[in-house]
Write a protein that binds this ligand. Sequence first.
Ligand code: KIV
Length: 271
Amino acid sequence: MSLQKSDKKISIPTLLRMKENREPIAMLTAYDTLMAGILDQSGIDIILVGDSGGMVMAGHENTLAVTMDEMLHYVKSVRRAVKHALLVADMPFLSYQISTEEAIRNAGRFLQEGGAEAVKIEGGQPVLPIIERLVQFGIPVMGHLGLTPQSIHQLGGYLVQGKNSQAAERLKHEAQLLQEAGVFSIVLEKVPSILAKEISEQLKIPTIGIGAGKYCDGQVLVSHDMLGLYEKFKPKFVRRYAELGKAMGKAFEQYISDVKQRNFPSDDESY
Ligand code: KIV
């Protein structure tokens, strides 16, 4: 089956319509112009400038070290290449927790300076007042529940969330509250497939799963994971669509060998 790439710009109403029509939503991450351009031309629906950039681009152990300035740099780079997809910027740790004023300022910077069309915020109950304010001011928000990597120390590791019935009920309730607060979509990370199904069926807005099984309204992966570029660890939910890290290693080794053996450049590659 060949998929028709749409020339139409993806907007938030488009995503809500896709949920209504049961049309799966494809989302991936990008942090630079080159990758974002290839993704956009491939027909991706949503590009997330994730704070995962702190790990796959900047080499941090987790996402906690990522700052607003770093994120803005990534968002601006991605913006220059994106014409079709909805561009979502991830609010980094401490950019929205301190006060609603700071959250508005930082989310506003992503839209005003970075050209993002929406922001993503991790968490449930504690972030509801912030989300309500952002939405009131016309800043679209994507929620993020389940495994929330900015709480990694509290969660005790990258563990599956919502496994027992109490935790599952809490997640369902928080998803409902996020929808009522005005988010246009929710990322569900590392939750049992059956729980993600129940949440997806209960909501009018689309769920985007990562390690949350096949019943979500859409799926997201970190591009560097699915391309085999980030090889530090590979969660079970990652499907590798390419082995670019290995291909790059081979190309670099070949270049080094050619230089050392005076096989590069040839006369054709010289002036
Ligand atoms: O930072 C990120 O890339 C994310 C996705 C994994 C959803 O939050």
